[in-house]
Design a protein around this ligand. Structure first.
Ligand SMILES: [Zn+2]
Length: 194
């Protein structure tokens, strides 16, 4: 999710929204050392307070996190608290993680082949064309709509367990390593190719 725009939250909490060389005035220690970070957390370099928007709200309003969350969600719905649009750097980080996962999904389809639901199954499920899904699977983010990209990547993330795939690949590698070690003919043949 996009990070909360802390300035709009500060405004809503009645705090000083002026920034001082990138820092806000800390609501806890009142020093100009409060800095929001792209991970959605903020940190005060003077008093070391560290937390997310919910914690900040809870602390300033003196309510618990559940109530802070409910009230923040309400403010967000009313448009009083805004989310900060992703910076280019954050967007690139998201894309890099998509591309890494897509490489695993390609591996998944290659590894299980016909023993699991294949690409066609997911293509049909996504509602996008074969050409589009193939472009996404191959990481061609500049050739498809953002909506199609997100929808397909999120579907694969929900349905395909990369950790289980990694385990299966490792087990199979170990199986073959053991077979090779225990089989003289195989051992010789592998040795010849090294
Ligand atoms: Zn502070």
């Amino acid at each position: 999710m996009d990070a909360i725009d802390f300035r709009s939250l500060f405004g809503e909490l009645g705090l000083d929204i002026k920034t001082h060389s990138g820092n806000l005035r800390c609501p806890h220690c009142a020093r100009k050392a409060f800095k929001p970070y792209p991970d959605g957390r903020d940190h005060c370099h003077a008093c070391s307070w560290h937390g997310d928007a919910i914690q900040l709200y809870a602390d300033v309003k003196e309510v618990d996190r559940n109530q802070a969350y409910a009230e923040l969600a309400e403010l967000f719905k009313l448009g009083k608290v805004k989310v900060k649009p992703k910076t280019r750097e954050e967007a690139m980080k998201g894309l890099a993680s998509d591309l890494e996962d897509l490489a695993w999904y390609r591996m998944y389809f290659a590894f299980y082949q016909n023993s699991r639901a294949g690409i066609t199954h997911y293509q049909k499920k996504s509602g996008y064309s074969q050409a589009q899904v193939s472009k996404i699977l191959n990481g061609r983010f500049d050739q498809v709509s953002r909506k199609a990209w997100n929808s397909v990547v999120n579907m694969l993330r929900k349905d395909i367990n990369i950790d289980a795939l990694k385990r299966d690949i490792k087990e199979q590698t170990e199986y073959w390593r053991n077979r090779i070690e225990n089989d003289e003919a195989m051992r010789d043949s592998v040795a010849k190719h090294q």
